[in-house]
Design a protein around this ligand. Structure first.
Ligand code: ADP
Length: 655
């Protein structure tokens, strides 16, 4: 394999190793930077999360405080609202607020004031009244019910009789009339007698309101809710049942009558009792032995799902269903000015708090209740972190690009240095070889001539011709070395001027003929007439053509035919050198313009070349803004074409 190619391969390997090392030098720190970045990003996520949690935690504890005092505030407000009320009034007003389901109103000493237990029966003072005893006897004798009714009626209409006894007598009269089947009279007694203010609030021996019972009886008799009488009595009874101020009705009677009214389906709202549920619940609470010890904590009761809490001054025991308490406290939470990213959930005792970032018991006021901080959108942490990450990634990318850019510059510089080092090595090797060969041939020839005291003139001439040829070869090699090293060293600045292509062609042809002593006809010159000038450095272009002609001559067999042409193609002037020489393959055509490249080094050595001619041609052509092209076929010849822009087109000299 030619030395040049070996050197090229070795250089290629070296370059690959250097490039690989550089790639590692760039990749390793880049990967490290990204790894550190990743770690930093993860820490950042933690920090962001921590900061947000701290902010939200504050909101959580503020809400906890509010909730702890919430039921005491409710109790205080209700106590204030009902401070002047009687116990039944207080009960009705508390229930009407809708803040609690029911309440027990306590009196002095913590005794239940409403809804209280049934009263102890009163002493029956009527047993001393003779009219009363007679009426009772007549009633007992079932055969004489109308007479009994009349006897009772007399007591009712006696103004000197106590209201309570008169009411009881009216009740007896009613009873007798119903039993005697005199329903109309019975109803009219209810309408007239119990509508009367004197008897309206009279109670029986158990404290039950007689008028209310009588009105219910009348409604049961009348039955038809559409009848005018029914409507009047129903309205009166309904009002009585809702009246917690003037109707001294025991709670159990009130509940009983309300339920009875409902079952009669009176319509027109007469079956609507807003306090019925509260009354029932309070009664049940008391019946099941509800603890009435004062407690500011919202705690359970004997009724499942019902909670109790005392008001601050202890006048009320407020009863709530768990869902009501939950609802009200949720409303309080909803009214808090919370960040839209979080949600604070409250969970009653016995329920599992939702999956949350943080969960805390509320405190003594709400035992076993929990408050949980739920992050609505966990991805906000990611979003925030992603924003930061994007910044970090950009920094990393910029850093990586900078490192890569610097590395690329370093690679470029390194490659240039390596190429120069390679060129220097090539130059030294080639120079020593290419100079030594013609010099030693010349020395041998001269020594031969000198050895003979009387040399044969013919032989002397022949030797001198050989020496001249070696000399030409030597000068050509030296010329190319000098041109090449000048071009490589300072990128020789060309002196451009408007030059006639014909002048370049003729100068190059003549110079070649002189150099090789070629007869005129062996280099055929063809110049298209009227060619425009090119903007060029004339000497440089002649050198380029000289190198092409040199090669055409060198690499052609004995029957040489070299043609040098100049013609116009579009905006370009083409200089073409064609030969019928040995040619080369397409593969080689791509390489021959490289410095020191020779297709066949042995052949080149014989012809006196050092692989620089074509790289000089290529350099000069490009400096003129032109191109050099080659077509060749092994064994048939080659055609090199330099095309330069016409003089009108600006040409920029390389820096
Ligand atoms: P050299 O000094 O070796 O001629 P060049 O750079 O001028 O160097 O040419 C490089 C190589 O290209 C030559 O060694 C030769 O193998 C090939 N070459 C150049 N011109 C021709 C041609 N006209 N015909 C055949 N081969 C050529």
């Amino acid at each position: 394999m030619p030395d040049g190619r070996l050197r090229t391969i070795a250089q290629g390997r070296e370059t690959s190793i250097v490039l690989a090392l550089l790639a590692i030098a760039v990749l390793v720190p880049t990967v490290c930077v990204f790894w550190f970045m990743d770690q930093a990003i993860q820490n950042q996520q933690q920090v962001v999360r921590q900061k947000l949690m701290d902010a939200h935690r504050l909101q959580l504890s503020l809400l906890r405080e509010k909730l702890e005092g919430f039921w005491q505030e409710v109790g205080a407000a209700l106590e204030k609202e009902t401070s002047r009320d009687t116990a039944p009034e207080a009960f009705a007003r508390v229930v009407a607020t809708g803040r609690v389901r029911s309440a027990i109103v306590l009196g002095p000493g913590g005794r239940v004031a409403y809804p209280g237990p049934p009263l102890a029966p009163r002493a029956d003072l009527a047993s001393r009244n003779a009219d009363w005893l007679r009426a009772v006897r007549l009633e007992q004798d079932s055969a004489n019910l109308p007479a009994a009714a009349t006897a009772y009626g007399r007591i009712v209409s006696d103004p000197s009789v106590d209201a309570s006894l008169a009411a009881r007598a009216a009740q007896g009269q009613l009873r007798c009339l119903v039993r005697a089947g005199q329903h109309e009279q019975a109803v009219s007694i209810v309408s007239k007698v119990f509508g009367n203010a004197r008897l309206a609030n009279a109670g029986d021996l158990q404290g039950r309101l007689i008028s209310a019972d009588a009105e219910l009886l009348a409604l049961q008799i009348l039955r038809d809710p559409e009848s005018g009488e029914f409507r009047r009595i129903a309205k009166r009874l309904h009002a009585r049942l809702l009246d917690y101020t003037n109707s001294p009705m025991p709670p159990d009677q009130r509940v009983f009558l309300m339920n009875q009214m409902k079952s009669l389906r009176p319509g027109r709202g007469f079956d609507e009792f807003p306090t019925l549920e509260a009354e029932t619940l309070a009664a049940r609470f008391l019946a099941e032995g509800g603890a009435l010890t004062h407690s500011a904590a919202l705690r359970g009761s004997a009724i499942p799902g019902v909670l109790q809490v005392s008001s601050p001054k202890g006048r009320l025991v407020m009863l709530l269903r768990t869902e009501d308490a939950l609802h009200q406290m949720e409303k309080l939470i909803a009214s808090a000015d919370l960040s839209p990213d979080i949600h604070i959930a409250i969970s009653p005792p016995g329920t599992r708090p939702p999956k949350s970032a943080e969960s805390t018991p509320i405190g003594e006021a709400l035992p076993a209740w929990h408050l949980s901080l739920v992050i609505r959108n966990e991805s906000i942490f990611e979003q925030l972190a992603r924003r930061q990450n994007m910044m970090y990634y950009w920094i990393a990318i910029v850093a990586a690009i900078t490192v890569a850019g610097l590395a690329a510059l370093a690679v470029g510089a390194l490659r240039r240095q390596m190429r120069l080092a390679g060129l220097k090595a090539n130059l030294a090797a080639t120079v020593s070889h290419e100079l030594r060969t013609p010099l030693s041939s010349m020395r041998l020839l001269v020594e031969n001539l000198l050895e003979e005291p009387h040399p044969d003139p013919k032989k002397t001439r022949e030797y001198l011709q050989l020496i001249e040829r070696e000399n030409v070869r030597l000068s050509r090699v030296i010329d190319n070395f000098l041109t090449f090293s000048r071009l490589e060293r300072d990128h020789r600045s060309f002196e451009f001027s408007s030059v006639s292509p014909e002048a370049i062609v003729r100068e190059a042809a003549q110079s070649t003929r002189n150099r090789f002593g070629i007869p005129e006809h062996e280099i055929e010159v063809s110049i298209e007439p009227g060619l425009p000038d090119v903007r060029a450095d004339e000497n440089a272009m002649v050198t380029a053509l000289l190198n092409l002609l040199d090669n055409a001559w060198k690499y052609s067999p004995t029957e040489k035919r070299v043609v040098l042409k100049a013609y116009r193609r579009g905006n370009h002037i083409c200089f073409e050198v064609e030969d019928n020489g040995i040619g080369f393959s397409k593969r080689e055509a791509k390489r021959i313009f490289r410095s020191f490249y020779q297709v066949d080094r042995r052949l080149a050595r014989g012809t006196g070349g050092c692989g620089l001619g074509l790289s000089i041609v290529d350099f000069i052509t490009r400096a003129h803004g032109g191109e050099v092209d080659v077509e060749s076929e092994p064994g048939r010849g080659s055609r090199f074409t330099i095309s330069l822009p016409c003089a009108t087109t600006a040409v920029v000299a390389p820096a």
